[in-house]
Design a protein around this ligand. Structure first.
Ligand SMILES: *Cc1c(COP(=O)(O)O)cnc(C)c1O
Length: 392
């Protein structure tokens, strides 16, 4: 492995050797047919990943650019956007929409919980929403949204359904061809994501898929307040990657193409199951140390967990002690800063790496006087992994 540390922050995630090798291939001109063929394949495979008959856009930027593209290309100044937020990243759509003069309404779930479905219904019944955003998994709280319940409500209300998949894509299925509730009209319109989370590529790509309905919404807007983020400027490039609008990040696209090949080879069904069992097993092991996840198991994201510290644990000391042993986790955001840490368990992270993290977390807890039974925790990790694999 090229990786010297185990990077378990909720993105970026460990980069597999094959992906590093792809990244390090010779940089070619962006119109070189050898690069164009790879870009084309990455575009086609992204369409397969999302199962869309619409268009996908793969450009230099981060997940936040993809969020901006979703909004600016569908909702005009003065139109209404509803934000269903499960935390910090859901909330990011509020200033984003406001920056474009959009009228933003928000439904904020208590951190660690899902938005109340009755409240969503009530809000949507007030009418007039052009689009609704749902954060598939929120990286601040480790809560996953219930798309089965939300997509039909959003579509029933006549709004575009925008799914932020930044910490979900390639771990949780985001099938844009799926008719939610068996209704052909109830489909996801936009999925947006970034390269550095469950896809397992270094940061730097904004990736977004538009359904035919979302593409039509862009057409109906005429001019939008964007240039680089205007999908109309990128559409000709996605249709013919040999043409030019702005230079694509050639090496990142090599890496992304390789990562997608790995995702499609594993298959999204198996990949989702693997992530579900990772999440359950990591949390079960940490519970044996008296470390409680913020989110209940019924709503917990399979890709990352927000874990509350037991009484008396010093956050900086804990994470510093992990880092000294090569395990990198993240602190928590907003009111949870210092009270919880966040651990990613997604993408190309291996079971062995997670087991090692469980051991080292036990050692860090012991340093702070917690009576952590490391053997028991690793046993629970392995058993839960086995059980959840069998059950899934
Ligand atoms: C990380 C993340 C983002 C922001 O992505 P950047 O690449 O940091 O711009 C947005 N939404 C979610 C759910 C995320 O996890």
């Amino acid at each position: 492995m090229k990786n010297k540390e185990i990077l378990l922050v909720p993105g970026p995630t460990p980069v597999a050797d094959e992906i590093y090798e792809a990244l390090a291939m010779e940089t070619r001109g962006h119109t070189d047919p050898r690069f164009v063929a790879i870009y084309k394949r990455a575009i086609e495979n992204t369409k397969k990943l999302f199962n869309t008959d619409g268009e996908v856009f793969i450009i230099a930027g981060s997940g936040t650019l993809a969020m901006e593209m979703a909004i600016v290309n569908t909702v005009a100044e003065g139109e209404k956007l509803l934000v269903i937020s499960h935390g910090y990243f859901g909330d990011r759509f509020i200033p984003l929409g406001e920056a474009f003069g959009i009228e933003v309404d928000v439904l904020q779930a208590e951190w660690g919980r899902r938005a109340d479905i009755a409240a969503v219904k009530e809000k949507l019944a007030t009418g007039g929403y052009k689009a609704v955003t749902v954060t598939h998994a929120d990286t601040s709280t480790g809560v996953a949204a219930d798309l089965e319940a939300l997509i039909p409500l959003i579509k029933e209300a006549g709004a575009l359904a925008i799914v932020d998949g930044v910490v979900a894509t390639a771990a949780l299925q985001e099938d844009m061809g799926k008719a939610y509730g068996g209704n052909e009209k109830y489909k996801i319109d936009i999925v947006l994501t970034g390269s550095q989370k469950a896809i397992g590529v270094p940061p730097g790509l904004a990736i977004i898929a538009f359904s035919q309905q979302a593409l039509a919404a862009r057409e109906a807007l005429g001019k939008v307040r964007a240039y680089y983020a205007d999908i109309k400027n990128w559409r000709p490039i996605m249709e013919n990657p040999a043409s030019y609008f702005a230079t694509p990040p050639v090496n990142l696209i090599y890496a992304y193409d390789k990562a997608l090949e790995m995702v499609l080879a594993e298959g999204m069904e198996r990949r989702e199951q693997r992530h579900l069992s990772y999440g359950r097993s990591v949390r079960a092991a940490l519970r044996t140390y008296g470390m409680m996840p913020l989110a209940d198991e019924t709503v917990a994201a399979p890709t990352l967990s927000c874990i509350l510290y037991p009484e008396g644990i010093d956050d900086a000391k804990f994470r510093g002690s992990l880092a000294a042993r090569g395990i990198i986790v993240a602190g928590s955001l907003a009111h949870l800063a210092g009270k919880a840490f966040r651990i990613g368990h997604m993408g190309n992270t291996k079971e062995e790496q997670l087991a090692e993290a469980i051991m080292i977390i036990g050692e860090a807890l012991q340093e702070q006087g917690v009576n952590a039974d490391i053997q028991e925790a690793v046993k629970v990790f392995n058993e839960t992994l086995k059980e959840s694999k069998a059950a899934l």
